[in-house]
Design a protein around this ligand. Sequence first.
Ligand SMILES: *Cc1c(COP(=O)(O)O)cnc(C)c1O
Length: 354
Amino acid sequence: MKKHNFSAGPSILPRSVIEQASNGILNINNSNLSLIEISHRSKDFVEIMDRATTLALNLLNLNNKGYKALFLQGGASLQFLMTAYNLLENKAGYINTGAWSTKALKEAKNLGDAIEVATSKDANFNYIPKNYSLDSDLDYLHITTNNTIFGTQFHELPKTNTNLICDMSSDIFSRNIDFSKFSLIYAGAQKNMGPAGTTLVIVKEEILGKVSRAIPSMLDYKVHIDKDSMFNTPPVFAVYTSMLTLEWLTKNGGIKAIEDKNIEKANLLYNEIDSNDLFNGFAKKEDRSLMNVTFNLNDQDHKEHFDRLCLEANISGVNGHRSVGGYRASIYNALDISSVKVLIEVMNQLNKLV
Ligand SMILES: *Cc1c(COP(=O)(O)O)cnc(C)c1O
């Protein structure tokens, strides 16, 4: 039975990608060897890494603009530290819009002067702060473009002259923005790109090499750039599967085409939340995420009933995060609109039954 997979992460990938990835595990490029038993220095894998980084830069329209793409390990969580290690010299600013940016700020504070420029903590992070002033002497400003847990998203980027650094784990490759506004973008693969185990880092080379501290090799972007993401053995399966997803995205019209679909899916679902008197949305309307839709029942007495209807409709992964409660429907790139329609139908059904 087909499941409608709304999991927040690890999350849905295109079925064709999962099938291709499975084939690669059995037999990569008709070599009669498995992807996971060949050298990462072999021609087969070096080509995979090259293709993955090239596809990533092409999709973001950052080719030949001074950026490098890296596939690293340690998740987005290691990037909280690594960004500060490589870029924080005097002072860094953080816009705190949720659990992930709180963690990013904490890591940076361990290393130097990292300040919270603005936060929406006063309202359990249900909005994106808009009125704040930025010191002129920041090494960088760090934001989290999409807040996976709370279901908010920056629809306008902060205006700043300093380096804009961003955790784009849950909305990379989902919408068409001017990616050249960023000096560094990082994203754990497991939300919109591949399995857990690799993190995509896109970095403008000219911003590196400016801090005075000694950087451990594994945490030094320059080391990874010099070694084409192969300073140590890369997570070959996660990189291969990410490459397949980026191919799928490219074949299907790239970011502009997927953005249109994502907007259509999100509009349908938010319209239902707003028009169905049993439900209310969590995030402020103007800051609603196109990827993670957070909502709740007005009356918790209907919870058991709604959960059962979801189960019967093969809907999976809609439980909200414990810090928000209620429901969260993650509608990442690979989720088809038909799954969104099934969820909406169940919400409608509940309304008719109670
Ligand atoms: C999931 C997520 C993370 C954590 O990623 P890890 O790869 O588990 O470290 C960080 N930031 C955002 C925005 C996320 O959605």
